[in-house]
Design a protein around this ligand. Structure first.
Ligand SMILES: *Cc1c(COP(=O)(O)O)cnc(C)c1O
Length: 359
């Protein structure tokens, strides 16, 4: 599909852009353009692909997304590459996951090629927004929502696919800090048969109250347990978990439909296996977590996702008290995996798996 190009009549002046990207933090320094593609069942599907100025989107007050939450998104990054230009990390995986989220939310799939073309176009157009800071990236947010004005309950017939980009600094200002985790009390993120494996806004809405409780209790993030037995560890609000044990085995919760199949998770499984560790996609319980942390059998717990890459979990807290993982600091494996992954992404390490796509 051809993209119509609409120039931004008032791009951010060079000086203002340079000032904004000098220390962009996360999630507020938006670039000048956005890609949009519309979907209309009556028009035969996807049409009107364009890249134009980033601007508000007019919505009818009855747009389905505002009432019944048909919405999905992806989170990916473009990195400066050692050999020049920019690099995407496994973007085909994002395209595939976007379509499996679409299936679950009764939304139309988007051809993988169209998804990837839209992402590449967004990144190329606003490449000047790459922050000149160590660990900086262009964070890419593709999303789709139901735009049809209709209050009956059924899948909408009109949708909008959008890609915006955000200039993003090092997530770990002042170095990596181990996170403190709160165990969700009385709330779950996802249940069997629900939408936990789809990257949809509603899962995040459901996580906000328990996340606020984590903050009230002096923690950084909340960990969710399974909805049936309230016993098995699932994941954080937006990151998957790995448990590294002294005997060389690593546990990560299996993909049974209630956790999000992270691309970082998938990559880490392969990287940990390359380190000679035995990765087991098997349930790991909250009791086992505490017991093995206290006995010293558990060396590390790693949280992983696109935004924060790999982050060590230092302490776990609940109304029953706290326990510390290892020394409570930054474990060896967390550091090693983080450096390896970042090295592959920015081209400083060999990309044996063909994970990097240059743009
Ligand atoms: C996006 C997301 C992740 C991490 O996925 P990556 O592909 O590694 O970025 C983990 N959990 C949830 C709930 C997510 O939404």
């Amino acid at each position: 599909m051809e993209f119509t190009r609409i120039p931004n009549p008032a791009p951010t002046p060079n000086e203002a852009r340079k000032a904004a990207i000098a220390d962009p933090g996360f999630g507020t320094v938006f670039t000048d353009h956005m890609v949009t593609v519309d979907y209309d069942e009556a028009k035969g599907g996807w049409h009107s692909a364009q890249i134009g100025p980033r601007e508000p989107i007019a919505l009818d007050p009855a747009a389905s997304v505002l009432h019944y939450a048909q919405e999905i998104f992806e989170g990916m990054k473009a990195f400066p590459h050692a050999e020049g230009g920019l690099a995407l990390f496994r973007p085909e995986e994002n395209a595939r996951r976007f379509n499996s989220s679409a299936q679950r939310m009764a939304m139309p799939e988007i051809p993988e090629e169209l998804f990837l073309d839209a992402v590449k176009l967004a990144v190329e157009t606003d490449a000047a927004w790459m922050p000149p800071v160590d660990g900086g990236s262009l964070y890419i947010r593709p999303f789709m929502f139901a735009s049809e004005a209709f209050l009956g309950v059924r899948p909408a017939k009109q949708y909008k696919f959008v890609v915006i980009t955000v200039s993003t600094g090092n997530y770990f200002k002042g170095g990596i800090n181990p996170v403190k985790i709160w165990v969700a009390q009385g709330y779950v993120r996802a249940a069997p048969g629900g939408t936990g494996a789809a990257k949809t806004g509603g899962n995040y809405a459901a996580s906000l109250v328990p996340q606020a409780q984590a903050i009230e209790n002096g923690c950084d993030q909340v960990v969710f347990l399974d909805a049936i037995e309230n016993k098995w560890i699932e994941e954080l609000g937006g990151m998957n978990l790995f448990f590294v044990r002294k005997d060389g085995s690593v546990f990560t919760p299996p993909l049974t439909g209630t956790i999000l199949p992270g691309i970082t998770r998938h990559s880490l499984i392969e990287m940990l296996q390359e380190e000679g560790l035995e990765v087991r996609e098997e349930p790991y319980s909250i009791d086992q977590w505490r017991e093995e942390a206290e006995s010293g059998e558990l060396l590390e717990t790693l949280a992983c996702g696109t935004a924060a890459v790999v982050t060590p979990v230092g302490t776990v807290a609940s109304p029953d008290g706290e326990f510390t993982i290892g020394t409570g600091g930054i474990g060896q494996m967390a550091m090693k995996m983080r450096e390896k992954l970042v090295g592959i992404q920015n081209g400083h390490l060999e990309d044996k798996h063909g994970w990097v796509m240059r743009v």
